[in-house]
Design a protein around this ligand. Structure first.
Ligand SMILES: Cc1cc2nc3c(=O)[nH]c(=O)nc-3n(C[C@H](O)[C@H](O)[C@H](O)COP(=O)(O)OP(=O)(O)OC[C@H]3O[C@@H](n4cnc5c(N)ncnc54)[C@H](O)[C@@H]3O)c2cc1C
Ligand code: FES
Length: 276
């Protein structure tokens, strides 16, 4: 693939997850491109709405099924609002995959703690699916997900299904509750008091608002998790996605190329500093 050139993809399926969040399943229209395309959980594609613009979006589907690429998108601005209007059969451009994904090899044999806030679950849902299909290679799986409001909760049925799988625990929270919300009401950080883990054999992967990740990291460190066992996915505005334009510069690193997944020690000096 030419890294600058978008390739045409057809929308094969479209799911409305919430009022503002939808998932597009895309298939590259060039069969040879489709066959050679491969990605790792945690990587992203640049999706191009023809005549409007391009945005980075994580790949949320299973890497073993790269012929159908899932992207869960929140409609927030010019490009994503345009994408929200697309229907099955419409075409968009894709270039990618880009960036470094989650450390799934390094996590083999360990317990995995996934912490997400809001739409942060999109980049890690492919990790969850990956581990579910290779359950014998990983220890206990703990999934901690927080949203602002119950109506922001996406993949609701999937969380129910995951919670029933042996050695898998799911903790959900919403900052404000409603009558049919059966889980915790409050911050996702509150859930940590319920979560038991052995920090010596655990790896944590997190994605979501930076304030949430900073608070979660503080708790994990207090409970003895080594810094190098904590990984996070970072977001910044992007343009080239291949480390050339500098739009996503984060200190001495480029999020598109050195990330979006970073080990905590690689970014800890910059986290929470305004302007970075
Ligand atoms: C590696 C990576 C993976 C991403 N994965 C997903 C995903 O799976 N699903 C998803 O919905 N979004 C994802 N995003 C964010 C997505 O790229 C932006 O929301 C998108 O660029 C918005 O474009 P727009 O033209 O619709 O909105 P714009 O008109 O560009 O912006 C609308 C609003 O969103 C803010 N904004 C724009 N981009 C970002 C950003 N990157 N971070 C924080 N605020 C931003 C702007 O400041 C503005 O307030 C990802 C971003 C990165 C860097
Ligand atoms: S988007 Fe251009 S350097 Fe990262």
């Amino acid at each position: 693939m030419n890294p600058y050139l978008p390739y045409e993809a057809e929308i094969m399926e479209r799911h409305q997850e919430t009022d503002t969040v939808f998932t597009l399943h895309l298939r590259l229209t060039d069969p040879e491109m489709g066959r050679s395309y491969q990605f790792q959980p945690g990587q992203f594609n640049m999706l191009y709405l023809f005549g409007v613009g391009e945005v980075p979006i994580s790949i949320s589907s299973d890497p073993q099924e790269p012929h159908l690429l899932g992207h869960t998108i929140r409609s927030v601005g010019r490009v994503t609002e345009g994408m929200a209007k697309l229907a099955v059969g419409d075409r968009i451009g894709i270039r990618g995959p880009y960036g470094r994904g989650w450390p799934l090899k390094a996590a083999e044999g360990k317990d995995v703690i996934i912490v997400t806030g809001g739409l942060g679950c999109a980049p890690v849902v492919s990790v969850i699916n990956y581990i579910m299909k290779r359950r014998d290679r990983y220890g206990k799986l703990t999934i901690i997900q927080g949203v602002k409001h119950p109506r922001d909760m996406i993949y609701r049925e999937q969380y129910d299904a995951w919670a029933k799988i042996p050695d898998t625990r799911v903790f959900l929270s919403a900052s404000s509750g409603e009558a049919l919300w059966p889980w915790h009401v409050g911050s996702v950080i509150d859930l940590f008091s319920e979560v038991k883990f052995d920090s010596a054999v655990s790896v944590s992967m997190m994605c979501g608002p930076e304030g949430m990740m900073i608070a979660a990291i503080r708790l994990l460190l207090e409970r003895g998790m080594p810094e190098h066992s904590i990984y996070m996915s970072m977001e910044r505005n992007m343009q080239c996605a291949i480390g050339h334009c500098g739009h996503c510069q984060y200190g001495g690193k480029f999020i598109c190329k050195n990330g979006p997944v970073f080990a905590y020690p690689d970014v800890k000096e910059l986290l929470g500093i305004k302007g970075f």
